[in-house]
Design a protein around this ligand. Structure first.
Ligand SMILES: Nc1nc2c(ncn2[C@@H]2O[C@H](COP(=O)(O)OP(=O)(O)OP(=O)(O)O)[C@@H](O)[C@H]2O)c(=O)[nH]1
Ligand SMILES: [Mg+2]
Length: 428
């Protein structure tokens, strides 16, 4: 891949990431709720623009991930230990430049079948955002390693599978193990993505027999062997580095925009829910303070129109006042059509339920307020359904939609809550 093509991939990715976070159609409430995700995109853009490449190690506890990074950097930068769980957080060190990219090596906590769920989550998070993952094992794959490896390859992450601690095996055993690993990852990894290394070979007892037949015993520490790993990393990063980075960022951005889409739906629903309740309560209190004849309730639609316009904004589908007014009338007509006069009487009866004869004014006011609350609530819900469907009633048509909403509402409990809240406000 030429430098130009790599650069173009990068520019395109940065542009699409920018578009994602700068979308003017996103309401402020939604933007606030997605703050952490957007911060992540900002970091990703910075990383791409600075041409950084991130290589992360990933694997079970104590397989020698930290030792492997030390062997690559030729230092003792990362802590190594016999105990499981030596590395507890993400740590990184600048490695070297390959082409015009600075390569960073990132250590992660080991995944562990027994505990450390939070550390494992962190390791997965880091790996899923790196440009190259070095998956470290020290023997054949365990079931949980195989599972984690499958998950990582599903994120289309470039991956090298390293059999570390090769010094513990004879050459024959090592080759047999490598063959088994290749067999078990066939379809996920190419054969040349599976290789062996000795990050920190154990000390060896060496017995020497001198010419005079005397024996002497010494402890020797063999040198580490990460030559093959280093050269495979170079090959991958030099030829594809920037494209990998752009590709990974692109994949991440793709997942993020799905996530944003999903969160957007959730956040919009939450914000809309809150709005509908606030407007309904506002209307309930207004009516409660100044009870109107039932017939005038429908006329007091100004607040409903404001609610619908506000909802339009939340859904990124602004409505003019005329459009909102029409929508409110349309919904009111459906409600009337569905329930006719019975509706008002029924709802009023529910609102009054549990209140004995000899109503105090406050309670009557509460009941009428609750009725006003309910009508605005229902209107808001119907408008929300219309907007969430992209300003359309869909195939069902308005009547079915309103009918379904009515059917799904627990009218009695809504009215009971509304009455309690309205009365509380009236007393305050
Ligand atoms: N024989 C041998 N032992 C090794 C090798 N590499 C690492 N070790 C040993 O394996 C143990 C764990 O090494 P670490 O590098 O701390 O392992 P890790 O995967 O980072 O472990 P956690 O951080 O706990 O997840 C240490 O006792 C190392 O000395 C190797 O190539 N050969
Ligand atoms: Mg470690």
């Amino acid at each position: 891949m030429t430098g130009d093509t790599q650069q173009r991939h990068l520019t395109q990715t940065v542009d699409s990431l920018r578009a994602l976070i700068e979308d003017p159609a996103l309401p402020a409430e939604v933007r606030r709720a997605l703050e952490p995700e957007f911060a992540e995109v900002e970091r990703l853009i910075a990383k791409l623009e600075q041409g950084e490449l991130h290589v992360a190690v990933f694997g079970r506890v104590s397989v020698g991930k930290s030792a492997l990074l030390n062997a690559l950097t030729g230092s003792a930068r990362f802590s190594v230990g016999v105990l499981h769980g030596t590395t507890t957080t993400r740590e990184s060190a600048q490695w070297q430049r390959i082409g015009d990219s600075g390569v960073h090596l990132i250590d992660t906590p080991g995944i562990n079948e027994i505990d450390g769920a939070e550390r494992e989550r962190l390791a997965r998070h880091v790996a899923a955002r790196s440009d190259l993952v070095i998956f470290v094992v020290d023997g054949d794959l365990t079931a949980s390693e195989a599972q984690a490896l499958r998950e990582l390859t599903q994120t289309r992450r470039p991956l090298l599978l390293v059999l570390n601690k090769a010094d513990r095996y004879t050459r024959g055993e090592r080759d047999a193990l490598l063959a088994r690993l290749r067999e078990h990852t066939a379809g996920l990894l190419r054969a040349d993505q599976v290789l062996a290394a000795s990050a920190l070979p154990a000390q060896r007892r060496v017995i020497r027999i001198a010419a005079d037949g005397s024996e002497s015993e010494t402890l020797e520490t063999p040198a580490s062997d990460v030559a093959e790993l280093r050269s495979r990393m170079y090959e991958l990063l030099a030829s594809e580095g920037k494209t990998l980075a752009a590709l990974n960022a692109g994949l991440f951005a793709g997942r993020l925009s799905d996530e944003v889409g999903r969160r957007l739906t959730e956040v919009r629903a939450d914000v809309a829910d809150q709005l509908i309740r606030n407007y309904a309560l506002g209307k309930g209190v207004a009516v409660g303070m100044n009870p109107l004849p039932l017939a005038d309730l429908a006329a007091a639609a100004g607040l409903d129109v404001a609610l619908v316009m506000h909802l339009g904004h939340v859904y990124g589908l602004p409505l003019t006042k005329a459009e909102a007014g029409e929508l409110v009338l349309r919904i009111a007509a459906q409600i009337a059509l569905l329930m006719g006069a019975i509706w008002g009487v029924n709802v009023l009866a529910s609102a009054l339920k549990g209140i004995s004869v000899g109503l105090s004014t406050a309670l009557t006011a509460g009941a009428q307020g609750a009725l006003a609350y309910f009508s605005t609530y229902l209107t808001g819900r119907a408008a929300q359904a219309y907007l969430a469907n992209g300003k359309s009633w869909g195939e069902k048509g308005p009547k079915r939609v309103v009918e379904e909403i009515l059917g799904s509402l627990d009218r009695d409990s809504i009215l009971k809550d509304a009455r309690a809240e309205i009365l509380a406000r009236l007393k305050a």
